[in-house]
Design a protein around this ligand. Structure first.
Ligand code: SF4
Length: 329
């Protein structure tokens, strides 16, 4: 559709918008990379947003559960799918986590609400997803810190709930611990509030401040205090994301410390563990074989639910930010 066709707007306004260079455009998948495990990563371009198109990354992670096998509904089941879409909230990021490739881009700009929601729509269309039928989870864990682009992030959530039909309860937003953002988030109505994940990544402030300088501004205790104000829905848990860095955060004593920390919060919580994905120019190493499972075992023994997140699409620029840095140089 062209601006000139929006006849509900006065003609003079339409002419002015066109003269000022406004366009109606939708983020488009500029490049797609498919992994052997079915994961697809995209560079999504935002046409017309700036003098030259800019891009951010989004990911599609299909995960069939096979639950229908053998019940005679295979043909129907094939049409169904369960998948997770990961989208970006900013081009680049200012938070500067030391293990993250996106940090190397610096913050280029905030994405507008339509650009955040538009990534989801582009991926849904590519896979012919019918929101009313297929089970789609959405995570705001791509490039950027959503709580440093709070208004646009929440406006995108409202668009996705009201206009696209996704449920906020199937969405998860991950923050590095931006306390004012968490405090605002606590005020959102339950039907428009995604689930909350805290990117913890370390057992204490000493290590965390080394790998996530944001910890010096908002240490773990301040983040937890803010999280306590979020009114959880029945059965809802807070997720603590924990990227294991070889020799830095992956030892059994770290796991015991994480267990104590999570217990002390008194929150219904779970821990998601993921082995760090190597990226060019970052000097950390992956955990030794078996370290992630051993970490999980310690947490389980301490009574903390812990899940392993699969490092999907390791063969296709798996680290967030790697695709953009590699393709665009
Ligand atoms: S891990 Fe997230 S918050 Fe930290 S620099 Fe990377 S994109 Fe930003």
């Amino acid at each position: 559709m062209e601006i000139s066709e929006i006849t509900t707007l006065p003609k003079s306004l339409r002419l002015r918008l066109v003269a000022e260079g406004w366009q109606i455009a939708r983020p488009a998948i500029a490049k797609a990379f498919q992994s052997a495990d079915g994961t697809e990563r995209y560079l999504i371009e935002f046409e017309g947003a700036t003098p030259k198109p800019e891009s951010a990354e989004a990911v599609w992670m299909p995960e069939g559960d096979g639950g229908e096998a053998g019940d005679g509904s295979e043909e129907e089941a094939k049409k169904w799918r369960r998948a997770t879409i990961c989208v970006s909230s900013q081009v680049g990021c200012a938070v500067n986590c030391r293990f993250c490739l996106t940090a190397k881009l610096g913050l280029q700009r905030n994405l507008a609400a339509g650009e955040i929601a538009g990534q989801v729509v582009a991926v849904l269309e590519r896979h012919a997803v019918r929101v009313s039928r297929d089970r789609v989870n959405l995570v705001f864990m791509g490039m950027g810190e959503p709580f440093l682009n709070y208004d646009n992030f929440m406006a995108a959530v409202r668009l996705l709930v009201r206009e696209v039909g996704l449920s906020a309860q199937r969405m998860t937003v991950s923050t590095s611990g931006i306390v004012p953002g968490i405090e605002r988030f606590a005020q959102e109505p339950p039907d428009l509030r995604p689930k909350l994940a805290i990117s913890l990544n370390a057992p204490n402030d000493h290590i965390r401040a080394e790998i996530m300088p944001i910890d010096r501004k908002w240490p773990i205790a301040a983040v937890i205090d803010a999280v306590r104000r979020v009114p959880l829905r029945p059965h809802e848990r807070i997720t603590f994301e924990y990227v294991l860095l070889g020799g830095v955060t992956d030892r059994p004593e770290h796991a015991r410390e994480v267990a104590r920390l999570v217990r002390r919060t008194g929150l219904p919580a779970k821990v998601n563990l993921i082995a760090w994905n190597p990226g060019p120019g970052i000097s950390y190493t992956m955990p030794q074989s078996g370290a992630v499972e051993a970490f999980q075992k310690v947490l389980a023994e301490e009574g903390i639910p812990a899940h392993l997140r699969q490092p999907r699409g390791r063969d296709i620029f798996a680290a967030c930010g790697q695709l953009k840095l590699t393709v665009e140089g």
